[in-house]
Each structure stands twice: as structure tokens, then as C-alpha cells.
Design a protein around this ligand. Sequence first.
Ligand code: PGA
Length: 257
Amino acid sequence: MPASLAVRRPPLVLGNWKMNCDVAFAERLLAELVGQAPLPVEVGVCPPYPYLGLAAARLAGSGIGWGAQDVAAQADGAFTGEVSSTMLADLGCRWTLVGHSERRTLFGETDALVAAKVARALAAGLVPVVCVGETREEREQGDTEAVLSRQLDAVTGELAQAGGRFVLAYEPVWAIGTGLTATPSQAQSAHAFLRTRLVQADVSGAASVRVLYGGSVKASNAGALFALPDVDGGLIGGASLVGEEFLAIVRAAARRC
Ligand code: PGA
């Protein structure tokens, strides 16, 4: 039996608000989500750091979780501007994104830095959502699997210690915020590749780890993506800022159950 079918993986939908929102916007969006709780699958939002406390207050008891978009690689100390994994855990975060392509591309995060962040997240009891994905040029040159291997292999040492308490997000860089989405066959093949690689690396719990798809997911394409055997949910950017759209994506994920 292929690894993808061996274990039931409950869908997960995460909203990545990126550097958007203000207090009033966050209040409205959180209220809209809470108004529909309990949601039919596991759902979380990742607001900017200053709004995590607000998310914690408004989402407490709703079943909807919250997480961060990034985390420091250091434990604590003189690191101006950084936010530690223990602070995030203190605020009740369940997840933190790590290695989002915008961090890698715009802020120069290396594979080694991503691995250090994964280690910090795990040490604080957070579930790291490790983002990987190829650029358009890399795909066109036939390098997709080489890039995914490099990015994943950089963190498998950390993930091997995690007892399956981590999430992967396949986010082709060319699909993020562009309106372009991976075709179902491109997404399925990348997701299956990532899972097989985890199994080959002997990472415990590899068959049950959720691999999310991210990159221009909308209510209109979510159903086709979430129907794929190795797509276990989504990491949603732009569409997570529109309550009704995000909730429609959540309902699409529930049809996977
Ligand atoms: P998008 O972003 O849904 O706006 O393409 C996804 C992401 O960057 O996580």
C-alpha cells in the first residue's frame, strides 16, 4: 500500500495573513471565523506578531488555533526585533511557519537557518510548518525534485526527533500570490515525492505527517486540490483574509474526511 494511503490524516487549513491587517480588521475576521465555530476540520490562523494576543483572546475555546509566521533561531537574549519560540508558546501558538518562500527569498533565509528555527520551534513544543517549493526557473529547468530534496534534507535531522509533530507545506514559489496554481498532477507528484523522501529518511511518523498545498488556493480550486491523495489541506495566503472565502476553503477540506 502506498504511504499516502496507509494512514488517515485529518485535514488542516492554515491562514497566513502575512503583513496585512490592523486591529479592526483582525477583530472582524476573527469574529467571522468564531461565528462559524466549531469548524469541520482543524483550522488555524497566522496573524502578524502584534495580533497574536488578540487572536489568542478571541479564538480561545473556539477550537480554531493560532500560530506565528516565523520564529527566531535563537533561544533568547540580545536579538533585537526577533521573537522566540518560547514567547510564541507562551501566547498559546500551536504552530509556527518556518522557511516561507518570502523569508527565504526576501530576507535571505538559508536552509541552515530554517533548520535552526525548526529546532527551536520543536524545543518549545510548537508544531513547525516547514515550507518548501521551487521557483518558476527551477521548475522549467527540471530541478523541482532537486530543490525539494535540498530544502527537505536540510531539516530531516531535526524532524526525525519530532515524533511526527510537524507539518510540511509545498508552496511552489511561482504560485504564491500570483493567481497561478499548481495543476492537480503537479501538486500530487510534489506531495508524494516529499512524503516518500521523509519515509526514505526514516523520519518517524512520515506516513501521518500532513503535507499542505499553498499557492493561490481559493474556494474555486480548493476542492480539486484537496481531493488528491497526498494533499492534506492548505496554507492559504490572500484568500485567508476574506472570511467567507476562507470558510469555503475549510468546507472543501472537510469533504476530504
Ligand atoms: P497565496 O499565499 O495563497 O496568497 O498564494 C500562500 C502563502 O504564501 O502561504
